[in-house]
Design a protein around this ligand. Structure first.
Ligand code: HSE
Length: 414
């Protein structure tokens, strides 16, 4: 029998306890040992705690109990999670977490402590909820040099965008539904402003290239400024709008990494990833594109990934699984303005046709888009490839000449 502790009893914590109880027999077979929850760390009193495990408010009780070999951290947030996880690892306990904020901010440090102490620090649930992605990337795709990773990494925003576009549901109602379904973060601004997707692409980038990419290094834009006009233009152009997290290797061995809404062509495998589903495309130099798809948020899918990591820890109590990346560097992430892309631009002017002529002169190769419900003076176009900083300089110049840019959205090529 292996004793474990679960720190946190929120959406994911209750899911973990439920899966451990419901699948106890099968888990014992798969782990080759029974898994027993000795403690559940909670912040408040529960009048009728479930039978399984002992509810405690004392972290020290868990830390100081040598019988506890594996600790599951599902509290979320950086504090006190970072301190607790670090001390558990230092005490020789393996740790499993679903906490993407923790891994994105402190992954390199915690992986180093785990390595020094010869214990495991696993975080499959931190990206993609129930989708296997950390283990496939670190093990099954290990023969590849990763050319790039692009993904729809946030279930809440994908749910909102899908509801808005498919049913005409307004942003606030769609967000409320996502919250009721348990998809959203406690503070949903982390979803809609892109911070959650940013943490996840940081984890994938660190894993793909072996060096920590920190959230502060990644330019991040959310979906709050996306309008139905943009969506209509995306359809006219031949695609959809999705919140994308993307990382690529640059020729000088750095990385280019961004989170932002993008137009995605209908032919892309990410274009049909709807509702709360996440889709992650990994481009390996040997495999070509490999796509991972599934429920990226919610209590049970996330609990599934956490419990799988617990089983892995049980099976590797005396051995370390190889999962490691080194610390980052301030110069490691390329300035996003240097990247060359195609852009969609929506603008208006007193004379739309004349303004488009000017825009077309500034952006050679630009092609105009039309939509049925266009406002008077509105026009839109798609550029050829050019550097982002050059695109913005040209748009700033056009604005000086009397045109107003309402929207500028990157076009994804994946
Ligand atoms: N709020 C997150 C999402 C939960 O919507 O994807 C899973 O990380």
């Amino acid at each position: 029998m292996v004793e474990i502790a679960v720190m946190g009893y929120g959406v994911v914590g209750t899911g973990v306890i439920e899966v451990l109880a419901k699948h106890a027999e099968g888990l014992t077979l798969r782990a080759h040992e029974a898994i027993h929850v000795k403690y559940v760390l909670v912040r408040r009193d529960f009048p009728n705690p479930p039978m399984m495990g002992t509810f405690t408010k004392s972290f020290d009780q868990i830390l100081e109990d040598p019988e506890v070999k594996i600790v599951v951290e599902v509290m979320g947030g950086l504090n006190p999670a970072y301190d607790y996880v670090r001390r558990c690892l230092l005490a020789g306990k393996s740790v499993v977490t679903s906490n993407k904020e923790l891994v994105a901010a402190k992954g390199a440090d915690l992986l180093q402590v785990a390595r020094d102490k010869n214990v495991n620090f696993l975080f499959e649930a931190s990206v993609g909820g129930g989708i296997p992605i950390i283990r496939p990337m670190s093990q099954c795709l290990a023969a590849n040099d990763v050319v790039g990773v692009a993904g729809i990494l946030n279930g809440t925003t994908n749910y909102i965008l899908t509801k808005m576009f498919r049913d005409g549901t307004d942003f606030q109602s769609a967000l409320k539904q996502a919250q009721e379904l348990g998809y959203a973060e406690r503070d949903p601004s982390a979803d809609v402003e892109g911070a959650d997707a940013c943490r996840k692409i940081c984890i994938l980038a660190s894993l793909a290239y072996g060096r920590h990419v920190y959230p502060e290094q990644v330019h991040t834009e959310g979906i709050t400024r996306i309008t139905l006009a943009d969506v209509e233009y995306a359809e006219t152009w031949g695609g959809v709008v999705k919140l994308i997290g993307e990382v690529k290797r640059t020729p000088d061995n750095r990385v280019s990494c961004i989170v932002c809404p993008m137009f995605i062509g209908r032919e892309s495998q990410l274009a049909n990833v709807d509702d709360v589903f996440n889709g992650i495309m990994v481009r390996g130099d040997v495999t070509g594109d490999v796509v991972f798809y599934g429920k990226g948020a919610g209590k049970m899918p996330t609990a599934s990934a956490v419990v799988a990591d617990v089983i892995d820890c049980v099976k590797h109590l005396k051995a370390r699984k190889y999962l490691y990346w080194s610390d980052g560097d301030p110069d490691y992430v390329e300035d996003y303005r240097e990247a060359s892309r195609i852009f969609f631009v929506r603008a208006h002017a007193a004379d739309a046709d004349a303004a488009f002529e000017k825009a077309a002169a500034a952006f050679p190769g630009a092609s105009r888009l039309h939509r049925k419900q266009a406002e008077p003076g509105e026009f839109a176009f798609v550029t050829d490839h050019l550097q982002e900083k050059v695109c913005d300089e040209k748009l700033a110049q056009l604005q000086k000449e009397g045109l107003t840019v309402d929207s500028r959205i990157r076009i994804g090529e994946m």
